[in-house]
Design a protein around this ligand. Structure first.
Ligand code: SAH
Ligand code: SF4
Length: 346
């Protein structure tokens, strides 16, 4: 089977292909319309193409490589789609409506090489990177469910996006370019565990993506209890990279802070985090821990609210979603984990 896929084909790729097949160049434009404006990956439904060309597309390109396997809904309208990939693996994307906007949370890897001790995604290490088309197809499954493009995309699903940089960048080119899907980079957030070389590569792209950095701690010692050493960078280096991001890209960075009872939820930590956020012009995304059966615990609601209030009193912009257990994007990874467990238990 060819390794070139429809979902990440460029206009040049398609022009070359149709010309090889003895078809006029305008056919490439028609295919572009179907794939990137009608979000259609099945050549059989591209009714203005000759039947023979539809057949050729199917044999020469990976068309719809993935399929929807399971939909699970949480009480607050969040929907998770479990998606089967061609090799039998599964990945998940989450649809999160909030007021008048809908956000899609996408995954970039199968498993995760960072292996944060509290995270379901990292528990089994990295299985493999996702291809650019597998990232784009998650978006398409979400569009099929929602009936339109999302307002925002966050790369906060399974995996460390910046460790699959080339595939992420290829997917983003298609997602953001006006001739392709055409979403604004300003509506796309890339979340990283603080992989500093990746932040600099993102700066090199020069597009106004929102950078979200999972800080989780205000000192390196506490952070060392959350993220294994192998891919962990010192907080000072991460903050320098965030400053460089803001200077070069001109966008405020977000610090993500997963609140873990008795570990990073003290008033003193909140004060320190507030000072850090002010100094580095960052917003804070507070994520109350969603318990995944590990030794970590979610703080009581009162502590979560106190933590938030300290930040707000210091003039910091804070985002906090309080839904419990399995209902937020932070739970991404758990559906795949359950699926794997079921497969093992069988
Ligand atoms: N790998 C990236 C993005 C994926 S996780 C990163 O680490 O930033 C998105 C966010 O959810 C991260 O801040 C991550 O630390 C957090 N997270 C992971 N598992 C969680 C859980 N069980 N409860 C709450 N937050 C969690
Ligand atoms: Fe990977 Fe992010 Fe989970 Fe850490 S929190 S293991 S970086 S997905």
């Amino acid at each position: 089977m060819s390794s070139k896929a429809l979902a990440d084909s460029t206009y040049t790729d398609l022009k070359d292909l149709v010309s090889k097949l003895g078809q006029p160049a305008f056919r490439a434009g028609q295919i572009m319309e179907w794939v990137f404006k009608a979000y259609e990956l099945n050549p059989d439904r591209m009714l203005n193409l000759p039947v023979k060309l539809r057949g050729e597309l199917k044999t020469r390109l990976i068309c719809a490589s993935s399929r929807l396997k399971e939909i699970s809904r949480a009480g607050d309208k969040t929907t998770k789609l479990l998606i089967s990939l061609a090799d039998g693996e599964a990945v998940e994307m989450v649809i999160i409506p909030a007021r008048d906007r809908v956000t899609f949370c996408l995954s970039t890897q199968l498993g995760c090489p960072v292996g944060c001790y509290f995270c379901a995604s990292g528990a089994g290490g990295l299985v493999r990177n996702l291809e650019a088309y597998e990232i784009i197809e998650q978006l398409y499954h979400g569009i099929a469910h929602l009936g339109r493009l999302p307002d925002n995309i966050v790369f906060m699903g399974i995996g460390e996006a910046l460790l699959n940089f080339d595939k992420l960048a290829a997917a983003l080119r298609i997602i953001c370019h006006a001739d392709y899907i055409g979403m604004s980079p300003r509506r796309i957030t890339i979340s990283t565990s603080g992989y500093v070389p990746g932040i600099y590569r993102l700066i090199e792209l020069g597009r106004p993506f929102i950078l979200a950095v999972s800080l989780h701690a205000v000192d390196d010692e506490t952070r060392a209890g959350l993220i294994p050493e192998k891919l962990r960078y010192p907080i000072a280096e991460i903050l320098r990279a965030c400053d460089d991001y803001e200077t070069e890209i001109g966008r405020m960075v977000t610090f993500e802070y997963t609140l873990l009872a008795g570990i990073n939820d003290s008033a003193a930590a909140a004060e320190k985090l507030a000072a850090m956020a002010r100094k580095h012009h960052a917003k804070i995304n507070l994520i109350p821990y969603n318990e995944t059966g590990k030794e970590f615990k979610r703080p009581p609601e009162i502590d979560i609210l106190n933590f938030r209030d300290i930040l707000e009193r210091a003039g910091v912009t804070v985002m906090l979603r309080l839904e419990k257990g399995g209902k937020v994007a932070a739970a991404c990874g758990q559906l795949r984990a359950q699926h794997l467990k079921k497969a093992i238990d069988k």
